[in-house]
Write a protein that binds this ligand. Sequence first.
Ligand SMILES: CC(C)(COP(=O)(O)OP(=O)(O)OC[C@H]1O[C@@H](n2cnc3c(N)ncnc32)[C@H](O)[C@@H]1OP(=O)(O)O)[C@@H](O)C(=O)NCCC(=O)NCCS
Length: 223
Amino acid sequence: MPPIQKRAPRVRLVTHRLILQPLMPRHAPQVHEAIARSRPALRRWLPFAARQRERETLAFIRRTARSRGHSVWGVWERSDAGEAPGVRRGRVRPALYCGTLGLHGVDREQAVGTLGYWVRTSRAGRGYTTEAAAAVLLWAFGPLGLARVSVEAAPGNAASLRVIAKLGFVREGLKRQAQRIPGRRARLDWVEFGMTRQDWRCARPALVRRCGVARPWEPAARR
Ligand SMILES: CC(C)(COP(=O)(O)OP(=O)(O)OC[C@H]1O[C@@H](n2cnc3c(N)ncnc32)[C@H](O)[C@@H]1OP(=O)(O)O)[C@@H](O)C(=O)NCCC(=O)NCCS
């Protein structure tokens, strides 16, 4: 039986264009600035984004940083973006804050977790979310040892459904009227997807290509 963890594992992941760092309270101003600039796109699918102020962003970061059930990363562009592709870890520094990616509902005993994400609107459509999520999936099925990762998206959320397809998730069902969106009468359905360890083995070569590296985690941060 693995030792009981007081909080979820926190590792830094580096891909060929991005750095994923566990979110810390000191990151709250950067996260808030990205949310504030991306509100019109985010609020349609993520109710929290409609009104969230900086102190609520800070409270979310504090809560998840202490939690056993959430691994939440901030996603930054690498300071050497635009140079020749490749993963050079030593001198790589985070530059622009590009979004947030989380593995929620992490249960180490059941070996399951659920993916969630958003991207800064000015960086949408560049493949960043797929690249960052590929790194998280390589780590989650690798050193973390999960057996299953799930993800959900509304049927009308074409960008999120495309990310999910590019990552190699398998559609499993429809959760009807799963979410209330403030200001709208109709509730949103969610399409449910899953990736098992077997699915991950098939998807792995494509995930490595998206991410630019087979082991995006830093060696010192192995779990
Ligand atoms: C969903 C989201 C995270 C995607 O981030 P991203 O970094 O732009 O994703 P990627 O660039 O990796 O991939 C997006 C894909 O969707 C496609 N896409 C974007 N808008 C689309 C649309 N309206 N219709 C069809 N495809 C669309 C893009 O062309 C791209 O596919 P491609 O690589 O085949 O060209 C981003 O749109 C977002 O933050 N949305 C609001 C929050 C949200 O919905 N979060 C997820 C909740 S489930």
